[in-house]
Design a protein around this ligand. Sequence first.
Ligand SMILES: [Zn+2]
Length: 230
Amino acid sequence: MSQLAPGLATCPGCGATESCTLFSSIDADTIPVQVEAILEGTFEQRTCPACGAGYRPEHPMLFVSHARRLWIVMHPMADRREFASLELAVAGEIAAELARAAPIVAERSRGIRPRLVFGQHMLTEAVRSAWSGVDAALLECAKLLNFRRNVQPLMAWGPSEFAFAAFADNGAAICEVRALPGGARLGEIRLPNDILAEVQAIRAELRTRFPELFERAYVSATRYLVGDAL
Ligand SMILES: [Zn+2]
């Protein structure tokens, strides 16, 4: 069930804060309007009364779709440094949820791999990729391979991460370039089709090289490229 709770919105532009109501959980199977807003990148969008900037408040939230076997825990970008302990907590939470759920609900949830994301835009990425049928671990492997082959041009963006947006007509994956640690949108890149095909072909090898992407909740190339340095 989707739930709302009193919260605090902090403008990333000027730092002004406002009391407001924010979602603490989203049951994606029953609240399509909010899912659409997440996909469009407008979820909880508000305007700062002090400086007029538009922004999405950073806060913890659980996004669940039993129909799509998704369990995504969103944390504020500022919590990224704690990813190692947070992903352990996420694994514990889903285990506890299964243990207390009625058997018929537990059956629906069994085998779900929980995800941990930092920032509203990375929740948008996780939901967009799930809705597009993308294998999250392989997408992150493709980002890593692409980065290694294009270090110079990609380094020119400065500290950043890539957020899947959509597939182009030629099959390339269009990704937003998002600044680290603040999340500002810097531009976009394309993960070429051949890299996407390559990661699919060498999946078993990649699973050995990057086991965290296939077994842990923080399914993100950023854990290798940046780690807990932010
Ligand atoms: Zn402001």
